[in-house]
Design a protein around this ligand. Sequence first.
Ligand SMILES: [Zn+2]
Length: 298
Amino acid sequence: MQPQRLRLLILMPPRNLKVAVTRAAFNNQRSHMLIDFHTHYFPDNIGPRVIKELTASATEPVMSCGDGTLRSLKEYMRLDGVDISVNAPPATKKEQVISINRKMIEQNKTGDGSVICLGSMHPDFYEIGNVDEELGFLASQGIKGIKLHPEYQQFYPDDPEHWEIYEACKKYGLFILFHAGVDLAYPEVHATPKRLAEVATIEGLKLIFAHMGSYRMWDDVLKYLCGGNFYFDTAYTAGADDGIIRELVKAHGADKILFGSDFPWERAAAIKKKFSGLFSGETLDKIYFRNAQKLLGV
Ligand SMILES: [Zn+2]
């Protein structure tokens, strides 16, 4: 290229170049925000051990990323372009509830805001504490919701015994993020679509059913859950069939799907790759951050 022509090009960039630059900036902006609604980290002293034990107990090979600590979660958030992660801590024993909750409150108050911690509850907590009081306290401390895991915690979600937890969450405006469907560490499934649909009959209770409604129970998700007034998250679905994911999103509605990875068991990058290959524009914006922003008030 002649120097004269080059100088002209710099001074007056051709129209299509300008369009390309503007479009790139626009696309960047579109995909800028990413909220991962389903992640886990563990205390520094037990993180690596938990990762090892859970990976070993799985019924089929499971990959994990990092060492299970908060530092590791933040490192992968940076690598995968995640702006905010929601940490969902399940208490495997009733005695852990108070200590987990106090740590989560502390983290939310002292952290940089990039990791938002939920609280915890255990189905047997009523034996040692006051369920209503503890959940009310969480809400008063700015906690947005709790995690329940019917497999780790070995309970049937539709058992009326647990209505006390659900009613208190409803009363204090806390949402419940339920593990849903198959968990590779447990042969029996407690959190089935049919049982979760029972919990969803409680009007005004905010619910999120992880793993697109119930991992690997897609027919029953379509039958009992799709279209209901609650959210699904996308955690651990990078390996799911494309056609099924498309069908579930269509049947349930993109307004009620939250991006989630289930880190450290799956990377946000893997879920992002899957969903950006299947959806675009407004649908993707809703899934990636808009629905989560509404729910979290951020
Ligand atoms: Zn999880």
